[in-house]
Write a protein that binds this ligand. Structure first.
Ligand SMILES: *Cc1c(COP(=O)(O)O)cnc(C)c1O
Length: 646
């Protein structure tokens, strides 16, 4: 099991290089043998991820693999509730904390189950944003004190479902997002004879910050503006339903990187709350929505992939600002609701992908091509390469670029043969490497030379689809921390970007976390023949599981749910294993019947056999092979021939 290590590099250096301590929130570290380990409860008990990957593989669940640490999820729910309880106690706040988990962040049954179970002692509830999610919430919700918050666009059936929950004694609050919903609610309340609990989602003027800033402000698609709130109030009064209004809600968008934004939004919403309370509505709840961030890059800044505050600071600021406004207005403080989804769910799961190929622009050109008659353009480039001391780095780079362009023009016009073109390309890349090496030693880097690193980076081909498993990386350019799972006692030496196996040039990850801004490449280990190389992509538990699509018909990946267990030799056990999509599954999803396809292939093979193009025995084998592939997984089945080592 021991990995041969390059002598001048340590596990601790890897830990620093990949920033485990910064983004890992005490959950991730590198053990003394150079493997990544997770501490789901940050209490010293650790699971080596490679153990899980290998056990899963032995169960037939190869990478791409989602590993779900159920204990981490439980831990996050507990942490959030305890942090709010503490803030409430410290501030002498007279209300309670009544958080809800927004199901849309991760609807998987095992996730919702765990959250509901972990939230039992805290009266932690659920939030739904659609009818299907409300169906889940109604079924999974327990207890009379835990809230269900109903957000999103609603038809009348949505409201009837919510009132069904009321009949069962559940504290279920319908949040009005559109003025027209008030009329429907009044109508359905009359129809069913059930008194609803209602909230208003207010359109704050406080601007969000980060990628989801457009969730508030005049052009937001949700919520009531001030005039609409007054209209809604009149409608409720006219229907004699004043006593139904219980909550003010806002949501300024996900991943709010700056605590200042949160303070401002809470203050504005608390003013709305107090005004409505003073108008005589019973109220009782102020819902500050989601937005609590995750520090994906570990920089603790207000950069969009980070956050400049802690969960503790968030809780204290929410509690403090609500109390301040309520005291100043002479209004009894509300119970506080939050709808933090990302912050609860993101850390508990990660994606493991296998790198199986390295695309190298310069080395893959093989040994030097020596054209029989060298074109002048090749000589020019060779001179640039040889006389490196004569010109500065930047000037040489410009000259080399110009010569390369010239070479391509000459080729297109028919003046340069393949051999000369190959030689020109190769010398160009050699010059680039030479300049890059010099740059490493120099201090300041001009922008263009910085780009050179990206230009020279290899492509590591990973067996997964960005569109299925890491959608926000593509759609929103969101950053996720990524590291090798093993070999962390070896110095990483290869700058690379990651590409997936879809036939889509967008199927790649070429932006990586960095303390300053964003890095164009990640430094990894060279691949070793016959040995798998695994990368972990972390903090993927929020949104990534459900947003993915079937681009190129790459389906759901394998998945294991891991629990800590002291009695097990490796400190954990796999409670549940979900096999990823089979080829037949995804094919049926686009309206083919796999039996029909098999029949068609059999017919064609029979036909070919009759024409003597295929021997009968081989024909039978081919039919069997085609049929068996229907049951295969959609990703590449990477077969390693070398001796096993990790
Ligand atoms: C998406 C959403 C949330 C969850 O937001 P996070 O930033 O993931 O915490 C909460 N409330 C509403 C209304 C939402 O739409």
């Amino acid at each position: 099991m021991k990995t041969k290590s390059a002598s001048n590099w340590s596990a601790a250096q890897s830990e620093e290089h990949y920033g485990f301590k910064r983004w890992g929130a005490n959950h991730f570290s590198v053990d003394s043998e150079g493997f990544v380990q997770v501490q789901p409860l940050s209490d010293g008990r650790a699971v080596r991820l490679m153990d899980v990957v290998e056990e899963a593989a032995s169960m037939g669940l190869k990478a791409p693999l989602v590993i779900r640490m159920q204990d981490t999820l439980r831990h996050r729910v507990t942490q959030l509730n305890e942090v709010f309880r503490k803030a409430i106690k410290e501030e002498g706040y007279k209300g309670e904390y009544r958080g809800v988990f927004p199901i849309k962040v991760n609807q998987l049954r095992e996730v919702v189950d765990e959250v509901v179970s972990a939230g039992k002692d805290f009266n932690y509830g659920l939030e739904a944003g659609s009818k299907p999610e409300l169906m889940i919430a109604l079924g999974m919700h327990e207890g009379g004190q835990r809230l269900i918050i109903c957000n999103g666009y609603k038809d009348k059936d949505y409201m009837r479902l919510a009132l069904l929950g009321r009949k069962l004694g559940k504290k279920i609050i319908i949040v009005v997002e559109q003025l027209s919903e008030v009329d429907s609610i009044i109508e359905i309340a009359k129809e069913t004879g059930v008194k609803p609990m209602l909230g208003f989602r207010v359109k704050l003027q406080t601007r969000g910050e980060g990628k989801w800033a457009s969730s508030t402000g005049d052009n937001a698609k949700f919520g009531l503006n001030t005039a609409e709130i007054l209209f809604a109030v009149e409608k409720l009064r006219a229907a004699k339903m004043q006593s139904s209004l219980r909550l003010v809600h806002f949501h300024i968008g996900s991943q709010v990187p700056n605590i200042i934004t949160i303070k401002a939004a809470v203050t504005e919403a608390a003013r709305f709350y107090c005004q409505l309370a003073k108008m005589g509505f019973p109220m009782g709840f102020l819902d500050v929505g989601g937005g609590l961030g995750i520090d994906y890059d570990g920089s603790r800044t207000n950069f969009e992939s980070s956050m400049n505050y802690t969960v503790g600071e968030y809780a204290r600021d929410v509690v403090f600002n609500i109390r301040e406004i309520c005291e100043a207005s002479g209004v009894k403080v509300p119970d506080i609701v939050t709808e933090s989804g990302r912050a609860v769910a993101a850390p508990h799961s990660m994606l493991v992908v296998e790198v199986f190929e390295r695309i190298n622009k310069h080395e893959s050109l093989g040994k030097q091509h020596q054209p029989k008659s060298r074109h002048k353009i090749v000589d020019d480039l060779a001179v640039l390469l040889k006389n490196k001391a004569r010109l500065g780095r930047l000037e040489r780079f410009h000259d080399a670029l110009q010569k390369k362009e010239e070479a391509f023009s000459l080729f297109n016009l028919g003046y340069l043969d393949l051999e000369n073109r190959a030689a020109a390309e190769q010398i160009f890349w050699q010059i680039c490497e030479q300049i890059d090496k010099e740059s490493d030693k120099a201090g300041y880097q001009p922008e263009e030379l910085h780009e050179l690193k990206k230009l020279l980076a290899d492509q590591y081909v990973c067996n997964f689809s960005v569109f299925q498993s890491l959608l926000d990386s593509w759609a929103l350019k969101q950053l996720f921390p990524i590291t090798p799972l093993h070999r962390l006692k070896e110095k990483p030496t290869v700058n690379a970007v990651l590409v997936d196996i879809t036939c889509d040039s967008d199927g790649k990850v070429d932006r990586f976390i960095d303390l300053q801004d964003v890095k164009d490449y990640i430094t990894l280990h060279p691949l070793k023949a016959g040995q798998p190389y695994y990368l972990g992509i972390y903090l993927t538990g929020a949104y990534q599981d459900i947003m993915g699509d079937l681009h190129n018909l790459f389906g759901r990946v394998n998945e294991v749910h891991v629990f800590l267990e002291d009695d097990e030799p490796n400190g954990y056990y796999i409670e549940e294993a979900l096999a990823g999509s089979r080829i037949s599954d995804v094919i049926e999803g686009v309206q083919y019947q796999w039996e029909e396809l098999c029949r068609r292939i059999k017919q064609q093979i029979d036909h070919a056999t009759k024409k003597d193009l295929i021997k009968p025995r081989e024909g039978v084998r081919l039919v069997e092979f085609y049929e068996s592939q229907m049951l295969a997984k959609t990703y590449l089945n990477i077969e390693h021939t070398g001796k096993k080592k990790r």
